[in-house]
Design a binder for this molecule. Structure first.
Ligand code: OSB
Ligand code: MG
Length: 371
């Protein structure tokens, strides 16, 4: 595949509603988009790094120079034939997985377009539709949270996940469960607890949760195994899983019963498929996480979710939950049955609205290879 140019863009997109986790609140997203020119097609990727180094050490402003100074030159020098070849080309750079994924996924996108194939089929997907859940952040008041839950249930979403932290957990869950005793409910702590709080975490068992996501440190797997032995609720790991070896170790150690796969967190589609395969072989359910993506990253999450092992509803929800105007057409829409129907066009099946991208762009640079 001959790649003649790579364009990096930083776009600014205001969220419809702020999103708060145990590490902070965000009102507007600063997103890095990657596009590549390859043999007459444009492949798009999104770097899911956050505005700040809070979810992970990577953030938007580390991703840009990593891509510009290391990944793009390596890509121009290499002779790759498909998206799957990228990971080896980028391997010399340690970490920076979200930066790598932004570029690798643009190559997969271009490959699908060049082969006139839907991206989801190229990835090995089998599902014609995927099940959707929502992730609801910490709100200003419990009433505001209950209102949001009611809205999402009415929209048809198949799983409600709420963010928790000390002081916004048991009392909230008590009220949610008394109003909705039977909904599929999970919580995400984004590392807000420590092992000293095991007795407190054990109280979550009363609420019939589908899972508790990342209760402990982002860089810990072993201590999650200790915790999993002491609580009934299934632990799901998010931040702790960086690649298939982590997934393998976590499963073997008994650190989780479920894995959240985020394609950016693991460095791109190639590694995401490996994490998926590892989990599937060990009978561990996975689901697709979200990072408040624009339509480009969202469309990639939709494609990834068609793989067989994605047995639980993902945090892949409708564009309109996040954006007044998304940068793709059509927008990602979720049916009243809580499902997204998979599109069969070549590529993602969602067209990038370049004029809208341009409108949101605050910084742009194109790098050209030798042609
Ligand atoms: O932990 O899953 C997470 C958003 C930003 C950073 C981390 C997480 C999240 C979400 C939102 O939960 C998922 C989404 O709706 O995109
Ligand atoms: Mg999470």
């Amino acid at each position: 595949m001959k790649i003649t140019a790579v364009t990096l863009r930083e776009i600014q997109m205001p969220l419809v509603h702020f999103f708060e986790t145990s590490f902070g609140r965000v009102y507007s997203r600063k997103i890095l988009l990657v596009s590549i020119d390859a043999e007459g097609v444009l492949g798009w990727g999104e770097c899911v790094a956050g505005e700040d180094p809070y979810y992970s050490s990577e953030w938007t402003q580390t991703a840009w120079p990593t891509i510009e100074d290391y990944l793009v030159p390596a890509l121009f020098k290499a002779d790759i034939s498909c998206g799957r070849d990228c990971a080896a080309v980028f391997a010399r750079v340690r970490g920076h997985r979200m930066a790598k994924a932004g570029l690798e996924n643009a190559v997969w996108d271009a490959e699908a377009k060049l082969k006139q194939q839907p991206l989801w089929k190229l990835l090995g997907g089998t599902r014609q539709e995927i099940a959707c859940g929502v992730s609801i952040g910490i709100q200003d008041s419990p009433e505001q949270l209950f209102e949001k839950i009611a809205v999402e249930l009415a929209a048809g979403y198949r799983r409600i996940k709420i963010k928790v932290k000390p002081g916004w957990d048991l009392a909230i869950l008590e009220k949610v469960r008394s109003r909705w005793p039977d909904i599929v409910l999970s919580v995400d702590a984004n590392s807000a607890y420590t092992l000293d709080e095991t007795e407190h975490l054990r109280k979550f068992d009363a609420f019939k949760l589908l899972m508790i996501e990342q209760p402990l440190w982002d860089d810990e797997i072993y201590l999650h195994a200790r915790l999993q032995k002491l609580i009934k609720t299934a632990i799901c790991l998010d931040e702790s899983i960086h690649h298939a070896r982590d997934a393998n170790f976590a499963i073997e150690a008994g650190a989780c019963r479920i894995i959240n796969i985020k394609v950016g967190r693991v460095g791109g589609f190639t590694e995401a498929k490996k994490v998926h395969d590892t989990a599937l072989a060990r009978n561990i359910a996975v689901w697709c996480g979200g990072m408040l993506e624009s339509g480009i990253g969202r469309a990639h999450n939709v494609a990834l979710s068609t793989l067989e092992g994605f047995k639980l509803p993902g945090d892949v929800s409708a564009s309109k939950r996040y954006w007044k105007q998304d940068i793709i057409e059509p927008e990602v829409e979720v049916g009243s049955d809580g499902m997204i129907v998979i599109r069969d066009e070549p590529g993602t099946g969602y067209r990038v609205l370049e004029d809208v991208v341009e409108k949101f762009t605050v910084r742009k640079e194109t790098f050209r290879g030798i042609s």
